[in-house]
Write a protein that binds this ligand. Structure first.
Ligand SMILES: [Zn+2]
Length: 234
């Protein structure tokens, strides 16, 4: 029912929308750039403004936007000015793209596949299947990741058919979860020449926009299971 604007334009933070449904549990807009959460990226926060009144958005559920408890609710049919918490969203985009660069470098230089990831603004973790941690891994990884960021590689997003995605060895290699059979259109995030993943999240459009990535910690979580923790300076 809601058109997801975050796939059409990842940089969109302000827009006008019409309220289709409104209750203390959920508000549904005809068009929304609120990222609902997924693939390790948390949902957006933000607000709706209508007739000089503000409704804070505390989260996003499968159904729609979750208004802050006690805030006034826009009636159905109201045209609202929607706004994301753009500082938080921008930080999440940088963090998410930074994790993809880490993923690409760990595979290319250390041959390890990613098994999971999660993030908060400016903090992320990525799990790898890496039986042996080479000497100097943490420092080498940080250096090479920042070299790749400095190359300012393009980060392209596009939507392909399921067949096209399945036929791409890079996309299949980085698939952290099985893509459900009912999903026929798959979005691919391509850090040009470094990493390609099926991914629904929001990203910056070139690696330099990520800024610096610090490798904070490499944890041993069991046989072959390494957790790499990153942080990004503001
Ligand atoms: Zn991702």
């Amino acid at each position: 029912m809601t058109v997801p604007l975050y796939w059409r334009d990842q940089s969109l933070m302000n827009w006008t929308a019409t309220v289709l449904a409104s209750s203390p549990e959920v508000i549904i807009l005809d068009e929304s750039a609120f990222f609902p959460g997924g693939g390790g990226q948390p949902a957006d926060l933000g607000q709706l403004e209508w007739a000089g009144v503000f409704t804070r958005i505390d989260g996003v559920s499968v159904a729609g936007l979750v208004p802050a408890e006690g805030d006034p609710l826009p009636p159905v049919g109201t045209v609202v000015h929607a706004r994301l918490d753009d500082v938080r969203r921008r930080q999440l985009m940088r963090t998410h793209s930074g994790l993809h660069v880490v993923c690409g470098v760990v595979y290319r230089d250390f041959g390890a596949l990613v098994t999971g990831s999660n993030m908060e603004p400016l903090l992320g973790r990525m799990d790898f299947n890496l039986p042996e941690v080479p000497l100097g891994f943490k420092d080498d990884l940080e250096r090479v990741v920042n070299e790749e960021i400095a190359r300012d590689r393009s980060i392209l997003d596009r939507v392909v058919t399921r067949e096209e995605a399945m036929a791409d060895p890079d996309v299949m290699r980085t698939a952290q979860h099985l893509i459900p059979p009912e999903v026929q259109e798959i979005r691919v995030i391509d850090v040009d020449g470094l990493d390609k993943q099926a991914d629904g999240g929001t990203h910056v459009t070139s690696t330099r926009q990520i800024g610096e990535v610090r490798i904070v910690k490499v944890e041993n979580k069991g046989k072959g299971f390494r957790r790499v923790r990153i942080s990004l300076p503001v």
